[in-house]
Design a protein around this ligand. Structure first.
Ligand code: NAD
Length: 485
């Protein structure tokens, strides 16, 4: 076991959490603070195929214990974990802030609390769930949900705590044991979760956390034939690789992937609200899968919209994520900042107009809020996910053209529409492509609603019963009526 280290007064383990114990690996990888790159936070255990096998063995052995509990019994553990997250909110918030650069204020006030809610919500949903029973063709029918087995949960570096809890909660509530592998660029909040799992008294092996690189331990986990579910959030490229492993073992696989969502503004909208929300897409430096990164505005309001948009974008303050006055922090990693700059440089070289921003600040991980006016809808900046503070701006002359532009990429994660017309909201909301479509609002979520992408934005749905169904083997039991007493 390696020594724990301190982040802003919080003690964090650099090791895996397997079978209820801390386990270290001989080699390590480092994690640094994105907004202060010289600040190396820690060396973290770098799991390999052996670590993966150890974790899957622990989850396999613990499965009968956890699966055979009633959902009311499992609920007690999950509620305890939820209470512990709430009690440790400040610690989780500051560590996540240093590791991933999400704004401290937003973590303290919203994000960590949502992590606690994820466990509470799924625990309640699973224990309140009743089996569907009906009569048909002379038989009494019943749908029974059986826990499926060990589930591998793989998460990306953006919103690490929120996404890990959102994805692990339904697996555990459904009776599956879990091996969580967080991303190597933001591993620390998952490590703190390991401490809370231990304090919540989960049976050893029910909830395991392993650290390391996707190509190493991640790859070993998804190829282990003992794994019965793979739930992945990340990039399209990685989903293609994991999908092949899932196909090989015939394992159900969900993929929550990237987006290139439109933010469609009609002339009848509240233009100020729309412009403010559009500039808000720079939040978290644009590292938000659902962000409405393609701003598409009706011709007649082009100038007034742009004037208001620039005023709101100018108000962004780049800086240290701990500072309450900061509204936009750094990108996660220099490699990612270079990737984002590559999109801007190629757009400029190809003849797109860099309408605002476009610069990396002093060789750091900060990039200015950038707006690109593309030379055509085929521009790479319009068609590919950039995942940085880079938005595109296009205009349309009528509703049909606006919808066509909105629906013109291979992605389909979400869409945002601004309009003052109820009829248009209904009409356009139905035809715009996206797993979630918001009208005059953004990011409002009901945890029981289905969440997922269309096209290359994903496979399957999370949220409410959709996630519980994914993590279960569904059985139909049919008994001939009046044949038994
Ligand atoms: P990524 O695909 O590079 O990595 C995601 C995770 O997969 C990491 O934990 C990584 O270690 C692991 N991984 C990589 N290769 C693997 C392999 N061969 N086998 C097993 N695991 C492997 O993605 P990223 O850069 O961390 O995240 C950014 C992407 O995630 C963006 O495209 C973003 O839109 C998407 N995202 C989607 C949602 C959603 O809900 N749809 C939410 C957040 C982020």
């Amino acid at each position: 076991m390696r020594n724990r280290f301190m982040i802003e007064g919080v003690s964090v383990s650099p090791d895996h959490f397997i079978n209820g114990k801390r386990v270290s690996s001989p080699s390590t990888f480092e994690t640094r603070c994105p907004f202060d790159w010289a600040n190396k936070l820690a060396d973290i255990s770098r799991g390999d195929a052996e670590t993966a096998a150890l974790a899957v063995t622990a989850a396999t052995n613990a499965f009968p214990i956890w699966a055979n509990m009633t959902s009311a019994e499992r609920r007690k553990y999950l509620h305890r974990l939820s209470d512990l997250i709430e009690a440790n909110q400040e610690h989780l918030a500051i560590v996540e802030c240093m590791d991933m650069a999400m704004l401290h204020e937003s973590l303290r006030l919203r994000v960590i609390a949502r992590g606690a809610l994820n466990f509470r919500n799924y625990a309640d949903l699973a224990s309140e769930h009743t089996e569907r029973v009906w009569s048909s063709k002379g038989t009494a029918n019943r749908v029974i949900r059986h826990p499926a087995g060990p589930a591998v949960i793989i998460t990306p570096w953006n919103a690490p705590f929120m996404l890990s809890t959102w994805k692990c909660a339904p697996a555990l509530a459904a009776g599956n044991t879990v091996i969580l592998k967080p991303a190597e660029w933001s591993p620390l909040s998952a490590s703190l979760l390991g401490d809370l799992i231990e304090q919540a008294g989960f049976p050893p092996g029910v909830f395991n956390i392993v650290q390391g690189l996707g190509s190493e331990i991640g790859n070993a986990l998804v190829n282990d034939p003992r794994v019965k579910r793979i739930s992945f959030t990340g990039s399209v490229a990685t989903a293609r690789v994991i999908g092949k492993a899932a196909a090989e073992n015939i394992v159900p696989f969900t993929a929550e992937l990237g987006g290139k969502s439109p933010l469609l503004v009609f002339a009848d909208a509240d233009i100020d609200a729309a412009a403010k929300k559009a500039a808000g897409q720079y939040d978290d430096s644009g590292q938000v899968c659902m962000a409405g990164t393609r701003i598409i505005v009706e011709d007649s309001i082009r100038d007034i919209f742009l004037e208001k948009f620039h005023a709101y974008a100018d108000a962004h303050v780049l800086g240290d994520s701990r500072d309450a006055t900061t509204t936009m922090s750094a990108l996660i990693h220099p490699t990612h900042a270079e990737r984002v700059m590559g999109f801007i440089d190629r757009a400029s070289a190809a003849g797109d107009i860099i309408e605002r921003g476009g610069n990396r600040v002093g060789g750091s991980n900060f990039i200015e809020p950038t707006l690109i006016i593309p030379r055509s809808n085929d521009s790479e900046a319009v068609q590919n996910e950039i995942f940085g503070p880079v938005l595109t701006f296009q205009t349309f002359s009528n509703e049909t053209e606006g919808v066509a532009l909105a629906n013109s990429t291979a992605y389909g994660l979400s869409a945002v529409i601004y309009t003052g017309s109820a009829e248009r909201a209904e009409r356009v909301g139905r035809v715009v492509r996206g797993g979630t479509v918001w009208v005059n609002t953004f990011l409002v979520r009901d945890l029981t609603a289905p969440f997922g992408g269309i096209g290359i934005s994903g496979l399957g749905r999370e949220g409410g019963d959709y996630a519980l169904d994914f993590h279960s083997d569904l059985k139909t039991l049919q008994i001939l009526e009046d044949s038994v007493v």
